[in-house]
Write a new protein. Structure first.
Length: 150
């Protein structure tokens, strides 16, 4: 059984949060994951800016930051994969939905998906990695019925 805790540090009132657990379970089933544990944490721009500065040495807010525990091979959990944490700026969800001309739901679900794939070890540091990761994201979002509205 998968366990995902959604932590709202800012009092986010997005109605899309009600559907988020169903969507996350869809993504996990899509990847055939049955025993994973991770957190999705909603924060402000100020908080994600602070996290970005402290842990990535980047002095600006970002939309999503992940802390993947499986990056640290000394952490062994044989029965359950403890993946880590996904931090998402609710301010960036709203800002980027407007910027890209699509729904807040699409932006929110995209950022959660992006974070999940980072926790699973995918990255976009090279063109080839980006192609693989973004194709997986697009596929799962479209299969769920959340398409990019441009």
């Amino acid at each position: 059984m998968n366990e995902v805790e959604i932590i709202d540090e800012v009092g986010c009132h997005f109605e899309e949060l009600e559907e988020l657990p169903t969507y996350i379970e869809f993504v996990l089933e899509h990847e055939n994951l049955k025993h994973v544990l991770f957190n999705v944490i909603f924060v402000s721009n100020e908080r994600i800016h602070e996290i970005n500065r402290l842990y990535r040495n980047v002095d600006r807010p970002t939309d999503v930051i992940t802390f993947a525990l499986e990056d640290h091979k000394e952490i062994e959990t044989p029965e359950v994969r403890v993946l880590g944490d996904i931090y998402i700026s609710v301010d960036k969800v709203v800002e980027q939905a407007k910027l890209y001309g699509h729904s807040r739901k699409r932006e929110l679900f995209f950022l959660v998906t992006h974070g999940i794939y980072h926790l699973l070890g995918y990255d976009h540091m090279t063109e080839e990695e980006e192609k693989v990761m973004f194709q997986k994201q697009k596929e799962v979002l479209e299969e769920y019925g959340v398409k990019r509205e441009i």
